[in-house]
Write a protein that binds this ligand. Sequence first.
Ligand code: ZN
Length: 106
Amino acid sequence: MICPDCGTILKDSAKFCTNCGYQMNDLNRPTQSSPKKLYRSRNNQMIAGVCAGLADYMGEDPTLVRLITVLLLLFTGGSVAIAYLIAMFVIPEEPIKMKSEQPLTS
Ligand SMILES: [Zn+2]
């Protein structure tokens, strides 16, 4: 691998750059510590936050998901409403976000 900081070629197992001391570990570490979970949105809900939660999960616009839901509702004649009701009970509500997580390693 190559040090992104100074360009020195390093062993793939290297944890630090031998030239500048850049911490190579940071590159391999995923930015999100936990896998993405499906939750009902707490702060962006119209009925039960299912649409906003789904949108958040898929990285889509909540408005777009609501629009699709409403369109499906019109075309399917109510089965989406049942699915929504089921989702309301099945999908947990979004947990209250912690202010800031202190890294355990020092
Ligand atoms: Zn370096």
